[in-house]
Design a protein around this ligand. Structure first.
Ligand SMILES: [Zn+2]
Length: 155
């Protein structure tokens, strides 16, 4: 009896509720645009712009910096290849890239073709404007704090 119960528990653990894992396993649909042994690129179904893709590792890893070197190489090589294709076909100013893993805790690189004045451009302009705002982040902007942070990150 105990063996059966253990088996059930293991099966439950293996069933991932992660939508990206389901897409990788072809248990959920997606507009697949590129794939190799370790990575998969799909269209974002809520695109910020035409061509907006998500590049994800096939293995469930929440944060990109916890990927193996091989996974990292695969992921960024795929992002580069797709970005170059986007530049050629969609002709944006450039392709913006950023990594997430919070809302869906499975690493995904956002690849968004962007041009001056579009939604993403305005968003990042606002974010960069906040960096210059003399409010809450002032303590981390002080020369002493910047010097200390640089020293810590140098290792
Ligand atoms: Zn996953």
């Amino acid at each position: 009896m105990k063996g059966k119960e253990k088996g059930k528990t293991e099966k439950r653990v293996k069933t991932s509720p992660c939508i990206f894992c389901q897409i990788v396993a072809r248990k959920a649909g997606a507009y697949r645009v590129s794939e190799d042994r370790l990575s998969l690129a799909i269209l974002d179904i809520h695109p910020l712009n035409r061509g907006h893709c998500l590049v994800l590792p096939k293995r469930h890893v929440p944060w990109w910096h916890d990927l193996t070197r091989e996974e990292t190489r695969s992921l960024f090589a795929m992002a580069r290849k797709l970005a170059r294709r986007m530049m050629k076909i969609l002709r944006p100013d450039f392709v913006c890239m950023y990594a997430r893993g919070r809302r869906i805790p499975h690493t995904h690189l956002f690849l968004v073709p962007t041009s001056s004045g579009d939604l993403l451009d305005r968003f990042f302009n606002a974010l960069e404007g906040a960096q210059e705002f003399p409010g809450k982040i002032r303590p981390v902007k002080r020369k002493k704090a910047l010097k200390e942070t640089a020293r810590l990150l140098k290792g």
